[in-house]
Design a protein around this ligand. Structure first.
Ligand code: NAI
Ligand code: MG
Length: 494
């Protein structure tokens, strides 16, 4: 399918319904909302707008499935479902790539490039499904006792995801649920609900039993909040902003449900003068400009050693200017629009704040409105020089293609200043000195440290936050533990 010349098969002008208990339903209220293409403002689909009543129905379906036939599925049965789902996603990958590009704006080269990640995750969780196990543990009680642990699925999982990578975010929640034997109610972001709904169709096609995967689109304040507070949800897995993460923790108090949170960041990316600068220029640039800066672990605080600061920051700004900004459907596009008018306003607000605070824009700095760009939400790659640690553009998550470049003089100083943030998600180090690299790997208080690269991700390698970037890990063996309870069993044998 060529997305530039054909209409998308999923966009058939019919209202998109929600999946509850294996059935495609309208919202109980009958309401719908619009999902739009942020490159053009055009409406792509009308989508059922779930609220508390629909969440109730979906949680009931998820509970019934959890207690019912799903509990009889063997690990190998769940593995087979995940492998089948992976094959179906592989079959339709071009369709998914186009759907994500249309719904949230990312360049088609990027959404196509997500292939390995999407399929790799599903096949990783499939592998893990048959690798879960408890332990026998020697005990020291007098007499004869055998003690061992069972790993059991936590139960009904509420999954709440953002819009910055709809397909992969959905797989990141549904995959571990299927692997562990949980059931799930997924609440997609209101900005980009289409890929999650299409993935739900494939779950049914793969043979996932009714009620095991439910998808209820709707707004955060209604559907999301109802899911977070629901008394029959055992765990919430959330990805999004830290204020929403905090409200999810508060909502969890009612039944003390488990919570895992992958929140925002203001990640330091540190360039030493001894680095391979030809790699560090595009590397540190794309650490922020990729996905128009709408990545939680973007390396937005660019610390550059003072003796190369002017030259290096100038080169990153020039690199930013070479990137093609435009409609994500164009295969030449490297930087697409921001996801929504709201996000555009937020980012433009920070561009103004940066200038008022005395930072110096070397590139970008203003919305693009020329020609075809006028209807979309386009902001070009922007580099602010002369940024100080205390500026808001050095402290707050902007979630746009905006680099705050800050000079430093030595390693102790940059460790201290790099860590001076409420967040701790990602971080980058560019150096040829292996000693410096190791020291920073240990000293940075963040869940990931990328050395001479940025944003490397793999289904087997855990990802998550320190501090206000959240807790819990996704990917890796740790991810499955987030969806499991540990039960200890004692048997007196004498
Ligand atoms: P958000 O955190 O409000 O939304 C993320 C998800 O949470 C969406 O599905 C939304 O419907 C849901 N949600 C919102 N309020 C809720 C509530 N009270 N209870 C339960 N669920 C709720 O983030 P939003 O508004 O999309 O973006 C705002 C800022 O958040 C961005 O500018 C960015 O700084 C940050 N963000 C960080 C992300 C990350 O990957 N860490 C992803 C998206 C946004
Ligand atoms: Mg919001």
């Amino acid at each position: 399918m060529n997305v530039m010349t054909e209409t998308h098969p999923f966009l058939d002008n019919k209202p998109k319904r929600m999946l509850i208990g294996g059935k495609w339903l309208e919202a109980a209220s009958g309401k719908t909302f619009e999902s739009r293409n942020p490159a053009t403002g055009e409406v792509l689909a009308h989508v059922a707008e779930g609220d508390a009543e629909d969440i109730d129905r979906a949680v009931a379906a998820a509970r019934a499935a959890f207690n019912g036939p799903w509990s009889k599925f063997k690990p190998a049965d769940r593995q087979r479902l995940l492998l089948r789902l992976a094959d179906l996603v592989e079959r339709d990958l071009e369709e998914f790539a186009a759907l994500d590009t249309l719904d949230m704006g990312a360049p088609i080269t990027r959404t196509r490039g997500g292939r390995q990640r999407a399929l790799g995750m599903l096949r990783f969780y499939a592998g893990m499904a048959t690798a879960l196990h408890g332990e026998t543990i020697d005990n020291s009680l007098p007499g004869e006792y055998v003690s061992f642990t069972l790993k059991e699925p936590v139960g009904v999982v509420g999954a709440i995801i953002p819009w910055n990578g709809p397909l992969s975010a959905s797989i990141w929640k549904i995959g571990p649920a299927l692997a562990t034997g949980c059931t799930v109610v997924l609440k997609p972001a209101e900005e980009a609900p289409l890929s999650p709904l299409r993935l739900a169709e494939l779950c049914l096609e793969a043979g996932v039993p009714p009620g095991v995967v439910n998808v209820v689109p709707g707004y955060g304040e209604t559907a999301g909040a109802a899911l977070a507070a629901h008394m029959d949800v055992d765990k919430v897995a959330f990805t999004g902003s830290h204020p929403t993460g905090q409200s999810i923790i508060r909502a969890s108090a009612g039944n003390l449900k488990r919570v895992s949170l992958e929140l925002g960041g203001k990640s330091p990316d540190i360039v030493f003068a001894d680095a391979d600068l030809n790699q560090a220029v595009p590397g540190s640039g794309m650490a922020v400009f990729a996905n128009s800066g709408q990545i939680c672990s973007a390396g937005t605080r660019l610390f550059v050693e003072r003796k190369i600061y002017d030259q290096f920051v100038g080169r990153v700004a020039e690199f930013g200017k070479t990137l093609r900004v435009g409609d994500g459907r164009d295969p030449e596009t490297q930087v697409g629009p921001l996801v929504s008018e709201e996000q555009l306003k937020r980012v433009i607000g920070y561009l103004n704040i940066g200038c008022q605070e005395g930072a110096r824009p070397l590139s970008g700095g203003e919305r693009l409105t020329d020609g075809a760009l006028s209807k979309g939400y386009f902001v070009p790659p922007t580099v602010f020089a002369d940024v100080r640690d205390d500026m808001r553009i050095a402290q707050e998550e902007i979630f746009g293609p905006v680099i705050s470049a800050i000079p430093f003089t030595d390693i102790d100083e940059v460790i201290e200043r790099g860590n001076k943030t409420q967040f701790g998600l990602g971080s980058g180090v560019w150096t040829r000195d292996v000693g410096k690299a190791h020291r920073l790997a240990k000293s940075i208080r963040a869940g990931s440290v990328w050395i001479n690269c940025y944003q490397a991700m793999d289904p087997a390698v855990p990802f998550g936050g320190y501090k206000m970037s959240g807790y819990g890990r996704e990917s890796g063996a740790q991810h499955l533990e987030e969806y499991l309870n540990v039960k200890s069993v004692w048997i007196k044998t004498d």
